[in-house]
Design a protein around this ligand. Structure first.
Ligand code: FES
Length: 580
């Protein structure tokens, strides 16, 4: 077989018995128990990560994809070997899927390293799975190619097109405001997720799919095909075949996930109005390769990269519409002048070469021309100020224009239980111009930085028709959510960040134009409050994974990766400044 390393395939990573010949003899004896021939066992091996799980309907098509990937591997002369890792779904992970992302990345990395394989196909999809797999594969260093399960189709409720989960939140907000009744909220519940697959809007899953394609670590055209389409199955077959080709070419993640590739990914993140979560994930993936993310330079990128993709929550359409409009290639074509077109992809060709090979453009209304964007700046803005010295994020493309410059009175919730206990109380002292502040939902605080940053509008205000308020937290929000929400306030309140000092009645000023978020309280008062703060949580009182998490998780500006998983040396900063 061409392309098989001298000690590749089944000979890789022999179990330590002190006798290599015996180790291989024993391994072959066992695998032959599954009916393999010597011919099959001489082929280059492509590991196929199976993240199918009854708890993960976003990966409900994993069996069909695995079958197609295996077909591709076999057609290209390789031997596919499917293996499981943990799988994480947004709604089935307590306290939050983010708490488990790093565990999944460790599982992925170590099983790639431990088992004999020459390349690996990463089948992921639901929000945290793709970043976890890219983080693990980047550290493992073997040729790796991402395949996403693809977005679900949209449903229909009383003549209105619906999809998870921007519409989930919209209907729930209507229910809270008594605008729809129990029967209708139950009826819409049946229609929001009409097929298997990932959320159908530009949430975190769709964003990470687009980013993986922009990074070059996925087959060109692989981001947008719906989960239940023939296109998705064909991409899976191509992915399997390409994995075999990557072995001979030694196309490792380090060769593909370069500073150029990350800059391309940031351009795409901004232009698609992508999820705020993706910024944390990209920072974590880059951190595995010794590439630091510079938030202030990213903000400058944002000012020159418009939002072009008209998908919810920033726009109108759904992922299947982006696919029908030509997929990510249509976006990349518009961004061409801003991209590094010579960045290498999994095909061995450059991003620019792949764009030349993509189907010709045609008239469509989902991706706007660069000169006529849906939002003139990129989707994300980076805020600084005395409330967030380490930075904070706002998804300006999904915020209310009227609230982008706003000063208001803080209404503070100390943590999630406090929010649950008081938010809907008729006694809550809150008005429509106040600013809601939620503490203790950062990486350490909750723990796991839950997607609770989209604080619901208090019921008394929702009933008055209030749809949006400025909301501030050290947590995250779902990529499917919209509103004037300041997120990822760093450092977080649980470790004594300035957010911990805010009290109800304080004045806070948000200026997206000036990129500022400030607590308007004098320094002497803040110093007195700081002296009264409780000590951070004592991680040594915990056990197991929770203890590991609390002791080693980094802040949002370092991707919330565990400190010991990040690269030992950082030689690059992206986006690059004048030195580039
Ligand atoms: Fe899996 Fe949205 S819940 S992608």
């Amino acid at each position: 077989m061409s392309g098989k390393p001298a000690r590749g395939g089944l000979r890789k990573g022999l179990t330590s018995y002190g006798d290599e010949g015996f180790s291989l003899f024993l391994r072959k004896a066992f695998i032959k128990g599954a009916g393999y021939t010597d011919d099959a066992l001489e082929r280059p091996i492509v590991g196929v990560v199976n993240t199918g799980s009854a708890y993960n309907p976003c990966h409900g098509n994993a069996p069909q994809l695995i079958e197609a990937v295996k077909r591709g591997v076999l057609l290209a002369g390789g031997l596919p070997m499917e293996f499981p890792t943990i799988s994480v779904h947004e709604s089935f992970a307590q306290p939050t899927s983010m708490y488990l992302r790093n565990l999944m990345s460790i599982d992925t990395e170590e099983m790639i390293r431990a088992q004999p394989m020459d390349a690996v196909v990463l089948i992921g999809g639901c929000d945290k799975t793709v970043p976890a797999q890219l983080m693990g594969a980047a550290s493992a260093g073997l040729p790796a190619i991402a395949l996403v399960t693809g977005a679900m189709l949209t449903g229909s409720h009383r003549g209105t097109r619906v999809g998870a989960c921007t519409d989930c939140r919209r209907y729930w907000a209507d229910f809270r405001a008594d605008a729809i009744d129990e029967a209708e909220i139950a009826a819409v519940n049946n229609q929001l997720v009409p097929t298997v697959g990932t959320c159908s809007v530009m949430g975190t899953a769709s964003t990470m799919a687009c980013i993986a394609e922009a990074l070059g670590i996925m087959m060109p055209g692989g981001a947008s095909a719906p989960a239940v389409s023939a296109d998705r199955i064909r991409i899976a077959e191509q992915t399997g075949a390409q994995a075999v080709a990557m072995i001979a070419a030694d196309l490792t993640p380090a060769r593909i996930l370069t500073p150029d590739a990350f800059e391309n990914a940031f351009r795409v993140l901004l232009a698609i109005g992508g999820s705020t979560n993706a910024l944390i994930h990209l920072t974590a993936v880059a951190g595995r390769l010794g590439i630091a993310v510079d938030l202030d330079r990213l903000d400058r990128f944002g000012r020159e990269t418009p939002v072009l993709v008209d998908l919810k929550p920033s726009g109108q359409h759904y992922m299947e519409d982006l696919h029908a409009a030509g997929g990510l290639a249509t976006v990349l074509r518009e961004l061409r002048p801003l991209l590094h077109l010579d960045a290498l992809t999994v095909t061995g060709r450059s991003l620019g070469e792949e764009l030349e090979r993509a189907p010709a453009p045609f008239a469509q209304s989902v991706v706007r021309p660069f000169a006529d964007p849906i939002y003139a700046e990129g989707g994300l803005a980076v805020l600084r100020g005395n409330l967030a010295p380490g930075g904070a994020i706002i998804k300006q493309s999904a915020a209310s224009a009227a609230l982008m410059e706003h000063e208001g009175r803080a209404v503070v919730f100390d943590d999630l239980p406090d929010l649950v206990a008081r938010l809907d109380s008729p006694d809550l002292d809150v008005g429509p111009h106040d600013i809601l502040v939620l503490k203790h939902i950062g990486p350490v605080g909750a723990p796991g930085m839950p997607e609770a940053g989209l604080i619901p509008i208090p019921r008394q205000l929702a009933r008055q028709g209030v749809k949006d308020m400025v909301r501030i937290s050290d947590g995250r929000m779902s990529g499917t959510a919209a509103g004037t929400i300041v997120l990822h306030v760093t450092p977080e309140s649980a470790i004594g960040g300035p957010l911990a000092l805010v009290r109800s009645g304080d004045r806070i000023r948000l200026s997206v134009a000036a990129r500022r978020i400030d607590l308007l309280v004098d320094e002497a008062t803040l110093a007195a409050r700081r002296a009264e703060l409780p000590a951070p949580p004592d991680a040594s009182a915990e056990r197991g994974y929770r203890r590991l998490f609390l002791q080693t998780v980094t802040q949002a500006d370092q991707g919330c990766d565990f400190d010991f998983l990040r690269a030992g040396r950082f030689d690059h900063r992206v986006p690059r400044g004048d030195e580039a």
